[in-house]
Design a protein around this ligand. Structure first.
Ligand code: SIN
Length: 534
């Protein structure tokens, strides 16, 4: 769903920032059936809105002069442009990161910690503006966007605390007199490729540990949502992060070319990617030519299981949070909801009741709880999943249709009951606001169903039986388990998957390990025993 190989868009000449601020005076693109145009966000600090990108400490365009259009997902309207980088632009960004590496890797952890801490503080000081940018380009409601800014900034806070604690080890040698110790060194220049669904948090979750470790960065921001990443780069500049340490490359149509440039460059020593499993496989193939260190957070198909012994209200609240966060557009969203027979009807009823209370609309409008989906392609997939389920006997309890009067990218939050294993939702990630509810009878049956997929990112279950909690947490083939909660995202928690959901962990004390290499040093001592050893 979050493929970086997003559809090609027409390349237009680059308007100035000012013209974007005057966007509300532009006519609506009525021929495409979109809703009324929306006013551009009024930022407290308008200089956070960029139409250039940040490389080697400077704001630049593509060498070719080409740009790509960015669209408001709520209206489909063009809200601005960004440089359409190509191979040569990306190679220049990699060269800048390479040139900055020798001095940045020599900084102390404490120095890097202070930089990250400053950047964190600047994010918090500018949280309102960052949230407005997120809502503008991604569509999520302002309250969610505010939550994302805090979540995103917290990765900098977290890794500011990890940077000074990159401890190695001392290891007793098998050889008399020898000493062994290890040093954790930065892996080098890293290439980071981030998705549109969290325009801030996926950037900070990767850059935070990279900088903490002493790496320099070339980050590819998403074609759909490049403005937030650019604003973060502006704040990095203000925080005093040295030139060349952070470089942001932007593109839409050329994204596969940029991906290839990053993954095949001998100068880039590690790639971290969040996106679809399909694209992950391509990037991994390309990275093999230079044997890079990799960490991939790929697609999910999360099972969400409610046992008869669950707290029903907590399970419903968990399903609302897990399934409908960001209108179902997170890779850890519940995708298959399994409810045991004893609670099935009441769960369906209560979930539908909660969904009835949602308000869908433009992210900045008062009381809106759910915004648009990112594209018309996303609407098409969600519509297909609903009609496939209905054609095979499932029943729509609430929702089920696109909300055409709001625009081309809105879909009703939907609850469907009587789901069966052969339906598309059982095997494909919907990435939209559709809760398909399956009935089950036994624990063994539901564990088999939950694990019957090639991917394994997150899984959730609700139960008050302590023994079952351990049993199911261990039985689920996923990288992350939420027990009696639908929200597992936390900078303190290791985030990542198993199977075709990828490998590596982001956030937490483990996140920095993805950006270091362990060097071992053996000190010989001519076979002389250690002092005091017999
Ligand atoms: C994702 O959807 O890729 C990340 C979700 C999260 O961090 O909660």
């Amino acid at each position: 769903m979050r493929s970086i190989l997003s559809a090609s868009r027409a390349i237009a000449r680059q308007p100035t920032c000012t013209s974007r601020f005057q966007r509300n005076t532009l006519p609506t693109i009525a021929t495409r059936g979109y809703a009324m145009s929306r006013p551009a966000p009024k930022l407290n600090d308008p200089s956070l809105l960029k139409d250039k990108t940040y490389v080697n400490g400077e704001w630049i365009g593509a060498k070719s002069g080409k740009t790509f259009e960015v669209h408001d997902p709520a209206t489909g309207e063009v809200i601005g442009t960004m440089p359409e980088f190509d191979r040569a632009d990306t190679e220049a960004a990699i060269a800048a990161a390479q040139a900055a590496l020798p001095s940045f890797r020599k900084t102390t952890g404490r120095e890097r910690s202070r930089l990250l801490r400053k950047w964190y503080q600047l994010m918090m000081d500018n949280a309102d503006d960052l949230a407005k940018l997120i809502t503008w380009e991604n569509g999520k409601p302002l309250a969610d966007a505010n939550g994302e800014v805090t979540y995103a900034a917290n990765f900098f806070e977290w890794f500011a605390e990890e940077a000074p604690r990159l401890n190695g080890a001392t290891i007793p040698s098998s050889v008399p007199g020898n000493r062994i110790f290890t040093i954790k060194e930065p892996v080098g220049v890293v290439g980071l490729i981030t998705p549109w669904n969290f325009p801030a948090a996926m950037v900070t979750r990767k850059i935070g540990p990279a900088l903490a470790a002493g790496c320099t960065v070339v980050a590819k921001s998403p074609g759909e949502t490049p403005f937030t990443a650019a604003a973060l780069a502006e704040l990095a500049h203000r925080a005093g992060i040295p030139k060349g340490v952070i470089n942001i490359v932007t593109s839409d149509k050329n994204t596969p070319e940029l991906g290839k440039t990053i993954t095949t460059s001998p100068a880039v020593k590690k790639v971290s990617f969040t996106g679809s499993t399909g694209v992950g496989k391509l990037l991994m193939t390309d990275s093999s030519s230079t044997l890079k260190k990799l960490s991939f957070e790929l697609g999910g198909n999360a099972p969400f299981i409610v046992f008869d012994d669950a707290d029903l209200d907590a399970a419903v609240a968990g399903a609302v949070a897990s399934k409908f966060r960001s209108s179902g557009q997170t890779c850890v969203c519940a995708n298959r909801i399994y409810v045991q027979s004893g609670l099935y009807d009441r769960f369906v009823e209560k979930l539908a009741e909660k969904v009835r209370g949602f308000k869908v609309g433009y992210g900045t409008d008062e009381g809106v709880t759910h915004g648009p989906l990112i594209s018309e392609k996303a609407i098409k997939k969600v519509t297909e999943h609903v009609s496939d389920a209905v054609s095979k006997g499932a029943q729509v309890v609430i929702g089920g249709s696109p909300l055409r009067d709001l625009g081309a990218r809105f879909f009703e939050p939907t609850v469907i009951r009587d789901m069966k294993p052969g339906m598309k939702i059982a095997s494909e990630e919907t990435f939209g606001p559709v809760a398909g509810i399956f009935r089950f009878d036994t624990e063994a049956e539901v564990v088999a169903l939950a694990n019957d997929t090639d991917v394994g990112l997150a899984g959730y279950f609700f139960s008050r039986d302590v023994e079952r909690v351990y049993r199911i947490a261990e039985a689920l083939e996923v990288g992350m388990v939420g027990v009696n909660t639908g929200l597992i995202s936390d900078p303190a928690a290791p985030f990542g998957g198993v199977k075709e959901s990828g490998f590596g962990r982001e956030g937490s004390v483990m996140g920095i390990d993805e950006y270091v290499v362990t060097k071992m040093v053996t000190l010989g001592n001519n076979g002389q025993p250690l002092q005091g050893s017999s």
